[in-house]
Design a protein around this ligand. Sequence first.
Ligand SMILES: NC(=O)c1ccc[n+]([C@@H]2O[C@H](COP(=O)([O-])OP(=O)(O)OC[C@H]3O[C@@H](n4cnc5c(N)ncnc54)[C@H](OP(=O)(O)O)[C@@H]3O)[C@@H](O)[C@H]2O)c1
Length: 325
Amino acid sequence: MKLAIIGSGMIVNDFLTMIGDIPNIQLEAIVGTDRSSDKMELLKNKYGIRQVLTSYEECLKNKNIDTVYIALPNHLHFSFAKQAILSKKNVICEKPFTLKSSEMRELRELALANKVLLLEAITNQYLTNYKKIKESLKAIGTIKIVECNYSQYSSRYDAFKKGEILPAFNPKMGGGALMDINIYNIHFVTGLLGKPKKVTYLANIEKEIDTSGILSLDYGDKKIICIGAKDSTAPIRTIIQGDKGAIIIDGPTSIIDKFTVIDNQNKSAVVDFKVHTHRMYEEFIEFERIISDSDFETMTKHLDHSEMVMGIVDQGLESAGITLG
Ligand SMILES: NC(=O)c1ccc[n+]([C@@H]2O[C@H](COP(=O)([O-])OP(=O)(O)OC[C@H]3O[C@@H](n4cnc5c(N)ncnc54)[C@H](OP(=O)(O)O)[C@@H]3O)[C@@H](O)[C@H]2O)c1
């Protein structure tokens, strides 16, 4: 894969510490605005990236680049992905895919029409420990309740309270607790249970954005609560309760370092199939494979999942009266 990295913010700095461990990915370019050129130059030298580009157009014309990794504020995902697809580049787009499901569907149609691969970078779907949780569900019987709590006080909330609205809290840029943090919980739950019957989002809204909230997913015979907060903190934990036992994950649903299965007699077993210390390793191993094999069948399965999640986001935001973009 001949990759151009779009953006040089927090996630790119994190991603670059891991990507050297994956064979067959050449870092052809890092792309951003003029204001980031010094930062990008430093990253280029540190990680052996071939070139710094301050023009996205130039990146999309470059024949040595076959794939872009879009790691920009959420409101830019759609337009940057669309331009890339129309230039026949494969796209790996950070979560949340887009601000609304209609945009995601448009990208999907365009990708198929242009015969390029389109993938959402959402860590948990690719983690071996997540696959092991799926396999372990039968041990806990019929699922009744799931509670996911991903609450992490954000330093950006301090700035927000002082009136400095950074992208993660900006409704115009697709910020908010649901899009930034609770979305991992939605991917986690729906990857296990599929599409819920009913979605409701109870949000704490300040300055037109959800700083925290509780998303309920009603499956009829099981009830799910996904909590995401950037304005307060709590133990970050997920519990899946069945009639024969429970699965407990300490830590965010984006990482899943290990998990514990307990039965109704309180006998417990810890399961840990972690493949790499970095949560993004397994997704990028698979992205590289999907792209080099032109595996449109697997891409379609992942897009079906992402589309379901975007539909839930639409319903959640609508039920809370939040408009993004
Ligand atoms: N997968 C994960 O675990 C994970 C974790 C965190 C974030 N994310 C996702 O990754 C994305 C980026 O998040 P982040 O925390 O890295 O954000 P960030 O630190 O704010 O960085 C955003 C980057 O986008 C660049 N940018 C902004 N406007 C641009 C434009 N018009 N053209 C080109 N570049 C532009 C910024 O450059 P300037 O400074 O020059 O504006 C900066 O390099 C978000 O979608 C977020 O949801 C994923």
